[in-house]
Write a protein that binds this ligand. Structure first.
Ligand SMILES: Nc1nc2c(ncn2[C@@H]2O[C@H](COP(=O)(O)OP(=O)(O)OP(=O)(O)O)[C@@H](O)[C@H]2O)c(=O)[nH]1
Ligand SMILES: [Mg+2]
Length: 237
């Protein structure tokens, strides 16, 4: 899929909702270079998320429509209209991921061995309590279902990931909330992208959980992820 003329600039998209405490740490640990630009998508935060993103050297994009996927879509839309990168990396704002492991995530793409690289927390070291039991169970079930329906073995639906820009554009991502990570992974299989995983570390978040740490978030995410895996298996859009 890669051609030697493809650009190699690496940009990072960070969806953020009320993450003023963790965001400065995340931004401080992102290696620049190789990262060229960081886009923080502020989704109606009521704290100083936008201000700390700005002072941390990120471009701030605002998205009114709530949801993790909506924020990611807004970040991609910004990149599309402002000198798109060769590779886009997604990272959470809560400091659970280790941004200093970014070179691990992009290496398979830079070496032209992959188009999509998932940072797998299941393969990496995780601090006790970082991956909540419901997150582990949900990932396990989703990965099992993907294996059954698509014949590919993922070990995680982790948020820390890298994807070749041109490949991502072909996926026509659309999920506005919890199905975002699963959508990318199953569409990549459907479209024949080269996918791989690398082990990443994971620690307990800073600040208040928006998804897995809440009952509503867990139920909604579980339902949406399984539905997403199912619908694309029969060719739905
Ligand atoms: N822009 C935006 N970001 C969101 C929204 N919901 C969550 N996020 C961000 O998405 C990332 C993941 O949310 P988390 O609350 O960490 O969800 P989680 O990782 O499943 O749960 P924890 O295990 O508690 O960390 C964080 O960077 C949040 O700030 C949203 O509606 N809009
Ligand atoms: Mg988190």
């Amino acid at each position: 899929m890669a051609t030697p003329s493809e650009p190699v600039g690496i940009d990072v998209v960070i969806p953020a909702f009320n993450e003023e405490a963790s965001l400065p740490l995340v931004l401080g640990d992102i290696p620049r270079p190789p990262v060229r630009r960081i886009v923080v998508v502020d989704n109606n935060s009521t704290d100083r998320t936008a201000a700390v993103a700005d002072s941390g050297g990120a471009t701030v994009v605002f998205e009114q429509r709530p949801g993790y996927g909506s924020a990611c879509l807004a970040g991609l839309d910004h990149l599309r209209h402002h000198d798109p990168p060769g590779i886009v990396v997604f990272l959470d704002a809560d400091y659970s991921d280790h941004p200093d492991e970014l070179s691990r995530i992009v290496a398979p793409i830079l070496e032209n061995r992959a188009d999509l690289v998932i940072g797998s927390r299941a393969l990496g070291e995780h601090e006790p309590g970082a991956l909540l039991p419901q997150a582990r169970a949900g990932n396990l079930v989703a990965c099992l279902l993907i294996r059954l329906l698509y014949g590919h073995r993922y070990t995680d639906l982790g948020p820390f990931r890298a994807v070749r820009w041109q490949a991502l554009e072909k996926l026509k991502m659309s999920d506005p909330d919890f199905g975002w990570t699963a959508e990318m992974q199953v569409k990549a299989l459907r479209r024949g992208l080269r996918v791989t995983e690398v082990a990443v570390s994971y620690r307990r978040r800073i600040g208040v959980s928006k998804i897995t740490g809440t009952v509503r978030g867990t139920l909604m995410a579980g339902y949406k992820i399984l539905w997403t895996v199912l619908r694309y298996s029969w060719g739905g859009r």
